[in-house]
Design a protein around this ligand. Structure first.
Ligand SMILES: Nc1nc2c(ncn2[C@@H]2O[C@H](COP(=O)(O)OP(=O)(O)OP(=O)(O)O)[C@@H](O)[C@H]2O)c(=O)[nH]1
Ligand SMILES: [Mg+2]
Length: 213
């Protein structure tokens, strides 16, 4: 688990929408720290971003899967951005559109140096689909900090949540870069814990930057 320090408390409420980019070539300069939110379409990425930043409509959340087709960039402060990535794995969009999203997702993942942390969201009822596993493997290989949110945890009672958490833990490699948190926007569960983890990544980033000055 990531060590939690309270040294630099981020104020996520200050987060502002910066821009939407169709691909990485239209993103701002590749510097600072970026934390990406990735997951299957409809997993709850936009809802989680809204919950963490305590803003109702920052990232649009919708009942129609596949709504977020662009790379949406939100600025917390001058050094930190949160990135709402296009969801993957949605079956009902035309293949060409799907391939285009998958392509910009892949390019971002492989080329963006500022992206040092990733929040991977999976519906607690359907975790670790092949594309999720691929993303986790890739994130481990790239030495990213990883926060896995098991979303819509309100769909399960506490006992079932615990069991599912253990199952997911056991299915993943033992690695201290991986944090797993049951998360519910409806029940406001896991939000504080997630914020603490993101704060610890930010602290880590600042200390690494200080070393390079
Ligand atoms: N029960 C429950 N529903 C949730 C929760 N979080 C999100 N949802 C619902 O799940 C649906 C999808 O949420 P979004 O936040 O739009 O998901 P997304 O991952 O951003 O989806 P795309 O942008 O289409 O990839 C919406 O109907 C949300 O209301 C939660 O904690 N509990
Ligand atoms: Mg979305």
């Amino acid at each position: 688990m990531t060590k939690i320090t309270k040294f630099n408390q981020l104020d996520f409420r200050q987060t502002k929408f910066l821009l939407s980019a169709p691909n990485i070539y239209n993103m701002p300069t590749d510097e600072g720290l970026e934390i990406a939110f990735a997951g299957r379409s409809n997993a709850g990425k936009s809802s989680a971003l809204n919950a963490i930043t305590d803003q109702k409509n920052l990232a649009r959340s919708s009942k129609t899967p596949g709504r977020t087709q662009l790379i949406n960039i939100f600025q917390v402060n001058n050094h930190l951005s949160l990135i709402d990535l296009p969801g993957y794995g949605f079956a009902e969009v035309p293949l060409a559109v799907k391939q285009e999203w998958q392509k910009s997702l892949g390019e971002y993942m492989q080329q963006r140096k500022a992206m040092k942390g990733i929040v991977i969201l999976m519906d607690i009822r359907h975790p670790l689909k092949p594309l999720d596993k691929q993303l986790i493997d890739w994130s481990l290989e790239s030495n990213l900090n990883i926060l896995i949110l098991l979303t819509k945890a309100d769909k399960f009672k506490r006992g079932a949540q615990k069991n599912q958490l253990l199952r997911v833990k056991n299915d993943l490699p033992k690695n201290k870069a991986i944090n797993i948190v049951p998360f519910s926007v409806l029940k406001k569960q896991g939000i504080e814990e997630s914020i603490n983890i993101l704060n610890s990544w930010y602290d880590q980033y600042l200390s690494e930057e200080a070393l390079h000055q």
